[in-house]
Design a binder for this molecule. Structure first.
Ligand SMILES: C[S@@+](CC[C@H](N)C(=O)[O-])C[C@H]1O[C@@H](n2cnc3c(N)ncnc32)[C@H](O)[C@@H]1O
Length: 271
C-alpha cells in the first residue's frame, strides 16, 4: 500500500496482527455468521473474491469449507499479503492472492462473474461515496446468484450510540484479553494505542451507520438486504443479486451449519 497518502499503514498491519485477538469483538462469531449467509452449497463450484483479506484467515476457512470453490484474496499491505500467501499456499491454484487498492477501480474487472464478494473490517476505510460506488460496482459484476457479504465497523447517528459502541467494545476487549491470554496486557496495549475508534476517532476510519449502508445496498440493486449480527459497533450485513422467492424458510442451500463454520474459523485463525 502506498505510504505517501493518508490511510492504512504497514505499522497498522503489524499492530492489528498483534491486537486482533482483542481488537475485534467476537471475531469468530462474526466470521461464522457471514459464512452461513453465502448463497452456495458446500459441493458447488463458485468464485469468491475477498476485498482486504488481511492475513487470510477467513479465506482459509472458506477454502476448507467449500472444496470446489476458487478464491481471489486481495489486500494493499505487503505484510498482510505475505501472511495470506503463507496461509493459503496449501490450496494451490484454487486460491490466488493479489495486491490492490480498495479505493481505486482498476481491480473491478477481477470481480466479474464472482459468486460471492466478501470483506471484513475494511469498507469503513472508504468515504461514504466510495462505499456507494463499491456497492454499485459489485452489484453490476456479480453472478446472477451472487452476494456481497460484509462484516464491518458501523457509525452511530447520536452521541449515545457512539458511547454505547465504545463501552461495549471496551468491555468485550477486556473479556477477550483475559479469556485468550489470561492477562490484561493486550487490552492495556489496545487502550494505549487508542484503538477503540468509537472513543478515539481517526480520519482513517469513516464508518457509516448500518441503516445508511443497507439503504445504499438497496439503491445499488441488491435484494434481500439484511443485517444478521450487530454488537459493539460491528455488524455483519449484505445483499444478493437475486431475491429469494417470498420470505419462506424455503429449501435450504446445502451450506455449512453455524457450528461447522465456527469450527473452520477457529481452525483457520489458529493456523
Ligand atoms: C482491520 S484489517 C482487517 C483485515 C481482515 N479483513 C480481517 O478481518 O482480519 C484492515 C485491512 O484492510 C486493508 N486495507 C485498508 N485500506 C486498504 C486499501 N485502501 N486498499 C487495500 N487494502 C486496504 C489493510 O491492509 C488490512 O489488511
Amino acid at each position: 500500500m502506498s505510504q505517501d497518502r493518508p490511510g492504512w499503514s504497514e505499522e497498522d498491519s503489524t499492530l492489528y496482527e498483534q491486537l486482533a485477538l482483542v481488537a475485534v469483538p467476537c471475531r469468530e462469531e462474526q466470521l461464522a455468521t457471514l459464512i452461513t449467509q453465502i448463497p452456495f452449497g458446500v459441493d458447488e463450484s463458485f468464485r469468491i473474491v475477498e476485498l482486504a483479506c488481511g492475513g487470510g484467515s477467513l479465506a482459509r476457512a472458506l477454502m476448507e469449507l467449500y472444496p470446489r470453490a476458487t478464491l481471489l484474496a486481495m489486500d494493499g499491505s505487503s505484510s498482510m499479503l505475505r501472511a495470506a500467501r503463507q496461509r493459503l499456499v496449501g490450496f494451490g491454484s484454487r486460491a490466488e492472492v493479489a495486491s490492490f487498492d480498495l479505493a481505486a477501480d482498476d481491480w473491478y474487472v477481477r470481480i466479474e462473474g464472482a459468486g460471492c464478494v466478501i470483506s471484513t473490517l475494511a469498507v469503513h476505510h472508504l468515504p461514504d461515496e466510495g462505499k456507494r460506488r463499491l456497492f454499485r460496482s459489485v452489484f453490476d459484476r456479480l453472478h446472477q446468484t451472487g452476494a456481497l457479504l460484509i462484516a464491518d465497523v458501523i457509525a452511530g447517528f447520536r452521541p449515545q450510540t457512539w458511547g454505547l459502541h465504545a463501552d461495549l467494545y471496551d468491555r468485550i476487549a477486556k473479556a477477550q484479553s483475559l479469556s485468550s491470554t489470561g492477562s490484561r496486557n493486550l487490552v492495556e496495549q489496545l487502550e494505549r494505542e487508542e484503538w477503540n475508534l468509537f472513543r478515539h476517532p481517526d480520519p482513517v476510519d469513516m464508518p457509516a451507520t448500518i441503516g445508511e449502508q443497507l439503504a445504499w445496498l438497496g439503491e445499488a440493486g441488491f435484494r434481500d438486504v439484511d443485517c444478521w449480527w450487530l454488537r459493539a459497533g460491528h455488524a455483519v450485513f449484505g445483499g444478493y443479486k437475486t431475491a429469494w422467492v417470498g420470505k419462506s424458510h424455503g429449501v435450504p442451500i446445502n451450506g455449512p451449519s453455524y457450528d461447522h463454520a465456527l469450527t473452520a474459523v477457529f481452525d483457520a485463525l489458529a493456523n
